[in-house]
Design a protein around this ligand. Structure first.
Ligand SMILES: [Zn+2]
Length: 298
């Protein structure tokens, strides 16, 4: 078993567990960022070995975070999912043992009480549903699914550009039809320790997740950044940003607010060790990984 599969962090009284769906083949930076060259990656030597290879290719990850706050079990983002027809080859008609990994980490699907999608992109909603006898059914039958109202308004409008197959039809609408969805504001409070924070740009209703407990603090980025490289190159726009100027403003604001502060930043697409701090460096920042509380098997 891959020891990196279940990284965990303790933030005051809150425990956060990372469960991976798809990890690690190195990919060319241009897959995410049109302006990214291998030379740009190699200029930032601190990216190696966790986040880049010495040939300038990048490493990433698709994973969920499970937050345990009080009696609550909240899964943040649900990856790509199985059996879904997608335009990106690596994500098309997957058969990954994600639910088995989730259960092994201590979270059978029935035990999850809240699903939160930071935004409604293909790699954040996939396991909302699974295919049972030809129908898309909710994967987490005992959960309320929280979707941003602004986000839903955008993706259900006629102007929205859908590039990744029928994401709404197979992963979002079935949840609404099952009566399990709740449309929430961008600063919604989930528990006294966990709340949403608006970080629009990548998508109009994009949110991050703030965790604060007993004087300790963490934040789950969502896709306000896709890779630690963007700490050093904050203007690097992502191929999938709906509004790249707004995304840039949000990213710079986020980085300066967290610069040299003791806040654990958990990157939604950051390869293991996934968590770290934002540290001022040169004209921008870098990402300084911190070890997780328990990177062993469980
Ligand atoms: Zn994403």
């Amino acid at each position: 078993m891959d020891a990196g599969k279940y990284l965990t962090w303790q933030v005051g009284g809150v425990k956060i567990t990372r469960v991976a769906e798809l990890a690690g083949r190195p990919f060319p930076g241009t897959f995410m960022f049109p302006a990214c060259t291998p030379e740009m990656v190699l200029r930032h030597a601190w990216l190696q070995p966790h986040f880049a290879r010495d040939d300038g290719r990048l490493l990433g990850s698709i994973h969920s975070f499970v937050i345990e706050s009080g009696a609550r079990r909240i899964i943040v983002d649900t990856c790509v999912g199985n059996d879904k027809a997608r335009n990106i080859d690596a994500w098309n008609l997957l058969h990954e043992p994600f639910l088995e990994h989730l259960a092994e980490a201590g979270f059978p699907a029935e035990s999850i009480d809240t699903v939160l999608c930071t935004h409604l992109h293909v790699d954040h909603v996939g396991w909302n549903t699974r295919l049972v006898e030809g129908k898309w059914v909710p994967t987490f039958p005992n959960a309320r699914y929280l979707f941003g109202r602004r986000e839903w308004d955008h993706w259900s409008s006629e102007q929205a550009v859908h590039r990744d197959g029928d994401v709404m039809g197979d992963s979002v609408r079935p949840i609404i039809d099952a009566g399990l969805a709740e449309l929430v504001d961008m600063d919604h409070e989930l528990t006294p320790e966990v709340r949403l924070e608006p970080t629009p740009g990548h998508t109009p209703g994009h949110v991050s997740v703030r965790i604060a407990s007993r004087g300790e603090e963490a934040v789950i980025t969502g896709d306000l950044m896709h890779h630690p490289l963007q700490c050093a190159e904050p203007d690097l726009a992502n191929n999938f940003d709906v509004d790249s100027a707004a995304a840039r403003r949000t990213r710079r604001d986020f980085l300066s607010r967290h610069s040299d502060r003791p806040v654990l930043v958990l990157g939604t697409h950051f390869a293991p060790p996934t968590g770290g701090r934002v540290v001022a460096a040169e004209q921008a920042w870098r990402f300084a990984p911190v070890p997780s509380a328990d990177s062993g098997k469980r």
